[in-house]
Design a protein around this ligand. Structure first.
Ligand SMILES: *Cc1c(COP(=O)(O)O)cnc(C)c1O
Length: 394
């Protein structure tokens, strides 16, 4: 192993430029580290990127927070049921629970790996009040069908857009179909602020309430008290949360967002290299893009099916670990986790597509920061792990 080979490829390592470094330096020197002008600028920039009014977005400190306050602002009744996918990060489900609601799972479509509209329909009861679709890996859910179902049953829709900042369907951006869209700027996401999130809303009263809830429940003018106008009294109008984004985070986000298209193009090249390089292997590669949508290209996932490869997913992960190529698993079905099984009686076999995908899936590095040499190394490592002994070629 030469020097380059021995360096670990870190899964989801962000692409950080000098602009981010200079902007964070400027924030630290400005004396204004809290929620201030850079958060306002980042919100305005994000709104423009999504073709929205600036008043329709609210920056928060994570997507988990975004989901939580959206559900509270949606005015759902305590104990109401919220339908989501088992193939998501636990944060989606935990946010439902913390909003005082009851999560209900609907299985995914095995090809798109997004929540199945038929499964949602089958899960709707008289207690259902909302749906949280997750645009898995950056691929859009069938939003027209989900919105039609929501209108028919009078349900709120909160899109979990953690993977989908660039995604759109018929030129309509992810996060603008439902009542709310929630975005993540966690380190591994396509746009990062270290930790951060954004709520997009369609109803002005609801998005105003999101702002109040995200800042201790202080009245909405309090949001504007950050500035050089001197001290202003505030009023607490409800018991809110501490979910505001800071200018340190926004300083990173401003420049990340400026490079969002450039980074997407880089990931598209890597994606296509993977698709070509693995076409002769006995693994399942991501479904083809649909012509009417822009895929967010957040995760490149393959499925290691033991029946075909004679190798378990975890054996494969071990082989990749050994050559220091960082991989991820998105996700072990939430129905596999003991807390939810104990709390809600969920059984993995009731969500068979999510369960099977969760046991077979591996996410390969897809960061825009990957060099050509690193991409080649990922490809070689995958091929070595699967075909080192000549097996697993179609
Ligand atoms: C990352 C992620 C979240 C949580 O985002 P945070 O910003 O880390 O709170 C929620 N849902 C999905 C699908 C995610 O991938």
């Amino acid at each position: 192993m030469n020097q380059v080979e021995s360096d670990a490829i870190i899964f989801g390592a962000p692409s950080i430029g000098d602009e981010e470094l200079r902007e964070v330096d400027a924030v630290l020197r400005s004396g204004w580290l809290g929620t201030g002008p850079r958060v306002a600028a980042f919100e305005a920039q994000f709104a423009q990127f999504k073709a929205l009014e600036a008043a329709q977005v609210a920056a928060v400190n994570s997507c988990t927070a975004a989901l939580h306050v959206s559900m509270v602002a949606a005015g759902l009744e305590r104990g109401a049921e919220v339908i989501t996918t088992p193939l998501t990060f636990c944060a989606t489900v935990n946010a439902i629970i913390h909003a005082g609601l009851r999560p209900v799972l609907a299985d995914v479509d095995p090809i798109s790996q997004c929540i199945s509209v038929e499964a949602i329909e089958a899960a709707i009861t008289s207690r259902t009040q909302a749906i949280i679709p997750v645009h898995f890996a950056g691929r859009m859910c069938d939003m027209p069908a989900i919105m039609a179902l929501a209108r028919k049953h009078n349900l709120k829709v909160i899109e979990d857009c953690a993977h989908a900042v660039e995604a759109d369907l018929h030129d309509k951006p992810a996060g603008t179909f439902g009542d709310f869209g929630c975005f993540s700027f966690y380190v591994t996401k396509n746009v990062t602020t270290g930790e951060g999130g954004m709520v997009v809303g369609q109803n002005q009263d609801e998005i105003n309430r999101v702002r109040v809830l995200a800042l201790h429940g202080l009245d909405k003018d309090a949001w504007h008290r950050f500035g050089d106008k001197g001290y202003k009294h505030y009023k607490v109008v409800e018991a809110g949360f501490k979910y505001n984004m800071t200018d340190i985070q926004a300083a990173i986000g401003i420049h990340q967002l400026a490079r969002v298209k450039q980074n997407w193009k880089r990931r598209k090249i890597i994606w296509e290299q993977y698709q070509n390089a693995f076409s002769d292997l006995e693994i399942v590669t991501p479904a083809e893009f649909l012509p009417n949508q822009t895929h967010g290209l957040h995760l490149y996932t393959i499925r290691i099916t033991p029946a075909a490869t004679l190798l378990s997913r975890d054996d494969f992960l071990e082989k990749m670990n050994a050559v220091r190529v960082g991989c991820g698993v998105h996700y072990v079905s939430v129905a596999e986790h003991p807390f939810y099984q104990d709390s809600f009686g969920w059984k993995p076999e009731n969500y068979r597509h999510s369960t099977q995908i969760g046991r077979e899936t591996v996410s390969l590095p897809l960061s825009a920061a990957l060099t050509d040499a690193q991409v080649e190394r990922v490809i070689r490592s995958v091929r070595d792990a699967l075909c080192g002994d000549g097996r697993n070629k179609k």
